[in-house]
Design a protein around this ligand. Structure first.
Ligand code: ZN
Length: 160
């Protein structure tokens, strides 16, 4: 069976940056299981997987535009320290979760000056050229429920 919209794909992967440093990998874990064609993966990777079958292996390089985007100065905000809850001491480089009108977002604390905190909402992998080694383990049709929910159920999925 080929990977097309509304198939459920299991795959092993290793993600490296342009320096060859491993950023993420399914090695030693269960394969990644996702619903194809609904934007679960970055667009550059889903496009390359389209049409492949189980046991296919590929090595792809993805430019930032098809990955986690280009860094944008517009995603850097200065906010008041008073807006943060919790006792944890804030430090530069720390990641914090924000509740926004688009849902939760991860921001990195880029600076702290007095009562002012600089938040960077760019994805940590923005501007990175990504290298994926992928091996397709399994491809199956999604169920009606999975299609209507927009995610995978069962092994590797939601609703355990
Ligand atoms: Zn569901």
């Amino acid at each position: 069976m080929k990977i097309t919209k509304n198939t459920v794909v299991s795959l092993d992967y290793t993600l490296k940056n342009n320096d060859g440093t491993v950023l993420d990998s399914s090695a030693g874990r269960e394969p990644l299981v996702y619903l194809h064609g609904v934007g679960a993966l970055i667009p550059g990777l889903e496009n390359k997987l389209e049409g492949l079958e189980a046991n296919a292996a590929l090595n792809v390089t993805i430019q930032p535009e098809d990955g986690y985007g280009k860094r944008s100065e517009e995603l850097i905000h200065k906010v008041s320290k008073a807006g943060f809850q919790g006792d944890e001491e804030m430090q530069v480089g720390m990641q914090v979760q924000l509740d926004t009108e688009n849902g939760p977002m991860i921001a990195t604390i880029a600076g702290i000056e007095g009562e002012e905190v600089t938040l960077d909402l760019n994805h940590p992998l923005a501007d990175e050229i990504l290298h994926f080694d992928v091996e397709i383990k399994d491809v199956r049709n999604a169920t009606e429920d999975e299609i209507s929910h927009g995610h995978v159920h069962g092994v590797g999925g939601h609703h355990h």
